[in-house]
Write a protein that binds this ligand. Structure first.
Ligand code: SAH
Ligand code: SF4
Length: 340
């Protein structure tokens, strides 16, 4: 919510400043989504405020729950009518993670990704990013369910193309007086925006960085992740090496497996050498993501082939995890968010 605007309004109407604190606590700590959910405010004030302000900058217009109950996808409408998606994931029992969007659409236009297909509509504001969290937390509260323990910036958009809003949103999420998450519970996924990686290392050395690599050589990566034409692997190598030296943190390497495209033996070997040219293997966790269908020509390899690719990397000394696809039945899995 826009606390600055609220603060100005309270001053103009001679309402004592402690009301602001009450609202802040109700919204950011107790996830109130409507003024009548804040009973500490006198009824006339609530009425006044409800005529003037919406608590959230977006409104859920559709909520889908996966069959296994391990994913919830929200379609939010923004004030200008554009739509954005957010997914709650139940990765660990009793703990939810939230996958938030930073842009409507995405300018990077990776050919395998549903978000990229639409190009960029616009950046989200810090409030629109944070309010995805607050609205989802409100939903979980109404279900009597558990809280959100971590945030991954892996929804629609390239976070580092909207750096300032991303940065403001992370600050609100980590401020003990606001949402109050630990920096270690925040992860940002980038398609390889080099200046963004460098700023992020300085500004948020305690947060996690995920890199969507998908290809270990420029020729293939230029096709799969067009941002590679702006920041080719040589530049990415340096930025990642510096990131690891300055933060001493591991980098999560995302690798979407597309059959016949990036899952050969020789690609595995190239991936291994690429990572070793950046830093020692202990600084990486390679996260293999079976491709989720989005209507293009790509296909996920079979389970056996995925297992084979994973063991090739493991034999080379890399730590590998294979992501189980969650929420695919509600089009809420990685790369399926299109804000339709
Ligand atoms: N733009 C950022 C973050 C959002 S995309 C990035 O690219 O990192 C989140 C993740 O979903 C990325 O790793 C992306 O490569 C992956 N992804 C996109 N489309 C996918 C698909 N169809 N199947 C599986 N993963 C996909
Ligand atoms: Fe954008 Fe990420 Fe999708 Fe590529 S994979 S188009 S960078 S959202």
């Amino acid at each position: 919510m826009d606390l600055k605007k609220l603060s100005v309004f309270l001053k103009e109407n001679d309402i004592p400043a402690f009301r602001l604190k009450q609202v802040r606590e109700a919204v950011y700590k107790n996830f109130a989504a409507a003024w009548d959910e804040i009973p500490v405010l006198p009824a006339p004030l609530r009425e006044k405020l409800s005529r003037k302000f919406h608590i959230h900058s977006l409104f859920p217009i559709e909520t889908q729950v996966s069959k296994k109950n391990d994913a919830v996808k929200f379609l939010f409408e923004l004030k200008d009518g554009l739509k954005v998606e957010t997914v709650l994931l139940n990765l660990i029992p009793e703990k939810w993670s939230i996958c938030v969007s930073t842009q409507v659409g995405c300018p990077v236009r990776c050919p395998f990704c549903a978000t990229g297909r639409k190009g960029l509509k616009r950046n989200l504001s810090p409030d629109e990013i944070v309010d995805q969290f607050l609205a989802a937390a409100h939903y979980l509260k109404t279900k009597g369910s558990h809280k959100i323990g971590s945030v991954i910036f892996m929804g629609m958009g390239e976070p580092f193309y909207n750096y300032d809003a991303l940065s403001d949103a992370i600050k609100v999420m980590c401020d003990p007086e606001m949402i109050g998450l630990g920096h270690r519970h925040i992860s940002v996924s980038t398609a390889g925006h080099v200046p963004g990686i460098r700023r992020f290392a300085k500004d948020f050395p305690q947060c996690n960085l995920a890199l969507s690599l998908h290809a270990p050589d420029d020729a293939l990566r230029n096709d799969l992740v067009p941002l590679n034409r702006t920041y080719p692997l040589a530049q990415l190598t340096k930025a990642l090496a510096d990131y690891i030296v300055s933060t001493k943190r591991r980098v999560f390497v995302e690798y979407v497996l597309m059959d016949g495209i990036n899952n050969s033996r020789s690609t595995a070997a190239k991936l291994n050498s690429f990572l070793r040219s950046v830093a020692a293997p202990k600084y990486f966790v390679v996260n293999l993501i079976p491709y989720n269908r989005t209507g293009g020509p790509y296909r996920s390899p079979t389970k056996e082939k995925i297992q084979l690719f994973a063991s090739l990397l493991e034999d080379m000394g890399l730590e590998v995890t294979t992501r189980k696809s969650m929420g695919a039945d509600i089009d809420g899995a990685c790369g399926q968010l299109a804000g339709k």
